[in-house]
Design a protein around this ligand. Structure first.
Ligand code: KG4
Ligand code: ZN
Length: 339
């Protein structure tokens, strides 16, 4: 009999549901939340309310697109954390109620594990290419920047992490300085495609070992722009593409320098990207170049599977289901949850 997992994701500002059958992706529905745009960042109270409005229609659509009824499900997997507590509570409560009503197991999923394991999803009509254990994962999102050695589905070791801001935050904060709307990462990417990455240079942080730091870059970008604006009020407007290309190149170089170091130190040549920032076209290009130069085998998620989604929750839930790891019905979400 096939194993059908419903995945539910509600850790930040995307309400998402997905159905995975025996590891094969059947549906992947995401409702974003426009409401935060005018505030320049996610407003937790508004996010919880929007999840509350979206969760039932999103799950309904995921089932319909998969051609299934609730009665066909084997288990419900949900994001337990990390994330915004009020947002996580909506997905967690829904998952518990749904699992109990259907009398099927409930499976808790760590959002960070899920980003990393997205490469194990099978896609209809395509051959599957999943990384072999152990592999290195560069997990880069709005809240996280980590280098991980992934030994198994449930065994991951952090070998480097940011000591301050995440890479996505660096993109978003620099975008904000240039007056681009939130979340700015993808806007920087779009403008960068038209700009010269060598137009401006920004110094890279000196952090020991495999750790990252992005707060200094954000500050030096802000001061650089302020100084230039004193001389020329139209500086940002007239040079936006070059500014975006230059800051993107700097962030990508910072990320990949440590990734190369990690590969040398561990001897691991299987390299996977994960998290929202892996949607960045500059990062994707650079990783492919490094694969050619270093003989790496690289795994880059499709854009809609790089940013927050429930397919990654469903596939992680699938492996936990196979090993019989079920959650009790009194489980509660956790805003902080380490890898
Ligand atoms: O993984 P994700 O969807 O949510 C978190 O768990 O944080 O990542 C969101 C982050 C945001 O900071 C967003 O600006 C960034 O990913 N992002 C990008 C791109 N698309 C999304 N950053 C750079 N280039 C992109 N194309
Ligand atoms: Zn995420």
């Amino acid at each position: 009999m096939s194993v059908n997992i419903l995945g539910i994701e509600s850790s930040c500002d995307d309400t998402a549901a997905s159905i995975v059958r025996d590891g094969m992706l059947l549906s992947n529905v995401i409702a974003g939340q426009e409401v935060h745009r005018k505030y320049g960042g996610v407003v937790p109270e508004l996010a919880s309310r929007a999840h509350q409005q979206n969760i039932v229609p999103v799950v309904d659509r995921a089932l319909k697109e998969a051609g299934m009824g609730a009665g066909d499900l084997s288990a419900v997997a949900f994001t337990r954390g990390p994330g915004l507590l009020g947002s996580l509570l909506v997905g967690t409560s829904f998952a518990k109620g749904f699992a109990q009503a259907l009398n099927i197991p409930l499976v808790e999923v760590n959002h960070l594990h899920a980003h990393v394991l997205v490469h194990f999803l099978k896609h209809q009509g395509e051959g599957s290419a999943s990384p072999a254990f152990p592999f290195l994962s560069l997990l880069v999102s709005g809240g996280h920047t980590q280098l991980l050695v992934v030994n198994d589905y449930d065994e991951m070791e952090t070998i480097g992490k940011t000591i301050d801001d995440a890479a996505g935050e660096a993109f978003d904060k620099c975008a904000r300085v240039m007056g681009l709307p939130y979340p700015g990462g993808s806007m920087v990417d779009l403008h960068a495609a038209e700009g010269n990455p060598d137009a401006y240079s920004f110094s890279k942080p000196r952090v020991a070992g495999l750790d990252y730091s992005f707060s200094g870059l954000k500050t030096s970008f802000l001061y650089f722009i302020r100084d230039r604006m004193k001389e020329d009020e139209g500086f940002i407007k007239n040079n936006r593409d070059d500014l975006c290309a230059s800051i993107q190149r700097t962030i990508v170089d910072i990320l990949t320098d440590k990734l190369e170091m990690a590969s040398v130190q561990t001897g691991i040549m299987e390299i996977a990207l994960a998290g929202g920032v892996s949607a960045n076209s500059g990062l994707r290009r650079k990783i492919r170049e490094l694969a050619d130069n270093n003989g790496w085998k690289v795994y880059i998620p499709q854009v809609q599977l790089a940013t927050d989604n429930a397919a990654m929750i469903a596939i992680t839930g699938y492996y936990k289901y196979l090993s019989g790891e079920f959650a009790a019905l009194d489980i509660s979400p956790l805003a902080r949850l380490p890898v």
